[in-house]
Design a protein around this ligand. Sequence first.
Ligand code: AMP
Length: 221
Amino acid sequence: MELILLGPPGAGKGTQSKLLETRYGVAQISTGDMLRAEVKAGSPIGLEAKTVMDAGGLVSDDILVRMIGERIHRPDCAKGFILDGFPRTVPQAEALDRMLHDTAVDLDAVIELKVDEAVLVERISGRFTCGKCGTGYHDKFKLPKKAGICDACGGTEFIRRPDDKAETVHARLEAYNVQTAPILPYYKAQGRLYAVDGMAEMNEVEAQIEAVLRKIGVPPV
Ligand code: AMP
């Protein structure tokens, strides 16, 4: 299965793609996670990307296209992948089409998580993750059961993304509206675009995505 999840920051792409990864036996590819790993490693790509990411802008298409071109050929993608955060511009979508065409792979669907922009700032600026296992939490919607201790692994260090600050979230939403939203008509014209209600409960969103996948003939493993 080759699937793209699209939607503004905070729409739930990361949460849903992790759930689907297990259900469908494919690799979840988050370009945001890949870039954050480069920043952490202090690599040349990371150094270039950090300033742009901290400001809520988009890293250059060249870098992203090269990263994805290499990533989708790794062995864990043998049964397919879910892209979370890529493509984010029309040139990235066009480059992906060329890559898939070259390997005779067909994109199954592009699923848009539709959300009300007003809730996104609250959703994003309250989120944090366990530094050890990556489990996600939220100041208002999902605190650890025991304060300061991760429910999943007992870890006590938590991380907040520097670009999840309210000021930066506005820039990220602007980047989505101006640079990423034009991808929607691009995939609509290909007949691959489906929308689900990203405002629904997490399990309901997952059920809606699975219903789309069933409809187009992609069963879970
Ligand atoms: P995310 O974790 O998907 O919210 O991505 C975090 C940040 O990484 C974004 O705000 C961008 O600065 C950068 N980024 C991630 N994916 C892309 C992409 N496909 N194109 C350009 N920049 C990206």
